[in-house]
Design a protein around this ligand. Structure first.
Ligand SMILES: Nc1ncnc2c1ncn2[C@@H]1O[C@H](COP(=O)(O)OP(=O)(O)O)[C@@H](O)[C@H]1O
Ligand SMILES: [Mg+2]
Length: 338
């Protein structure tokens, strides 16, 4: 079920101690710092994200903005440096080695951009899809039926006997989706699954992701650069500098009988401390710099340039919590071992 960002933000204010408790995926102020040779890279800088069960969410953002890092953390291939990541009942910052294996085997499925790395080259499509079922101990009869079902779901019922080398890139990605879905994960993570494909083939891969969501009921998070993908998803989350910066929601146009008509609306994302990122174009157009004036109106808040040249004085007169902090450092909470 699609919920508006406004409802979501309302929830955060109402119950700050239970951030996203109703969501399947809740990322709360997630930080991931990489250190190598004395250099520190903050790949995620306090990222907040909620994904509800049954949703398909596209994640977009410039190269290096932290998209793959986020997906690796959600798949438990990597762990956050700080902040909280929960998927269902699983706290991904505190998984034991055994839970991590169980989580990766039963809760998430992943598809990578590099088509060649998703499948075992010497096994047929059918054998590739059967592999995770065998590892999970599924009985042979059940396995065969499930493999048929999954290949059908991704539109490749007739390709079961072919090896990856005999499949196109798009077909390989669709088999990879079937493999990822084999053990019935609640969450499917796909990192640029159409990145190596042309538009038409990419569309078929997208259709397979859509089938995973609509027909198999899997929650899907797909990282993409591909506008044909992000343009079809109900919710697109943009990451900038390791944080969610804006969201686009696409909804059917109200009162319109043309089935294909949708309205896309862009929202800025407010984090739990009340921080909102003002887009660069807006800042430049009005020369918004370090200090801005915030004012609470009956049903909205205005944000104006300081107007004093940016030094001295007490600046804006906003209401409670009405201080913008554009250059506040990323919140860093140590991940306690509690
Ligand atoms: N294992 C790693 N070691 C060091 N730096 C890394 C590592 N993984 C990612 N980074 C850095 O973290 C930032 C985010 O990377 P990534 O999540 O791959 O971005 P995206 O997928 O959005 O292109 C980049 O600056 C990248 O160089
Ligand atoms: Mg990436």
């Amino acid at each position: 079920m699609q919920r508006s960002i406004v409802e979501e933000l309302g929830d955060r204010l109402a119950a700050p101690e239970e951030f996203g408790s109703e969501a399947l995926v809740a990322c709360d102020a997630v930080v991931r710092i990489f250190r190598s040779g004395g250099v520190e890279v903050q790949a995620l800088q306090g990222l907040d994200l909620l994904v509800h069960a049954g949703e398909m969410v596209a994640v977009v953002g410039a190269s290096g903005s932290g998209k793959s890092t986020l997906l690796r953390i959600l798949s438990a291939a990597d762990a956050p440096s700080a902040g909280r990541v929960r998927v269902g009942r699983w706290d991904l910052g505190a998984l034991s080695a055994r839970d991590r294996v169980a989580y990766r085997r039963t809760v998430v499925g992943t598809v990578r951009q590099q088509t060649a790395r998703n499948l075992v080259p010497y096994l047929t499509a059918r054998q590739n899809v059967a592999l995770p079922l065998t590892l999970a101990g599924a009985p042979r009869r059940q396995r065969a039926a499930r493999v048929g079902e999954l290949l059908d779901l991704v539109g490749l019922a007739d390709a079961g006997g072919r090896r990856p080398g005999e499949l196109s890139g798009g077909e390989q990605q669709r088999v990879a989706i079937a493999v990822a879905l084999a053990n019935g994960p609640r969450l499917l993570l796909a990192d640029e699954p159409t990145g190596e494909l042309d538009t038409a083939t990419g569309q078929q891969v997208f259709d397979a992701l859509r089938a995973a969501q609509r027909d198999a009921g899997t929650t899907v998070v797909v990282v993409t650069h591909d506008p044909t993908v992000s343009g079809q998803v109900e919710r697109t989350v943009a990451i900038r500098d390791g944080r969610t910066s804006s969201e686009v929601l696409r909804r059917p146009r109200p009162g319109d009988d043309g089935a294909a008509a949708v309205v896309a609306e862009e929202y800025a994302v407010m984090d739990r401390a009340g921080r909102v990122q003002v887009p660069r174009e807006y800042r430049e157009a009005l020369e918004l710099t370090r200090r801005v004036r915030l004012q609470l109106e009956a049903d909205h808040v205005t944000l104006r340039p300081d107007g004093t040249g940016g030094t001295g004085g007490t600046g804006g007169s906003g209401g409670d919590g009405g201080r913008a902090a554009p250059d506040a450092p990323a919140r860093r909470r140590r991940h306690g071992a509690a």
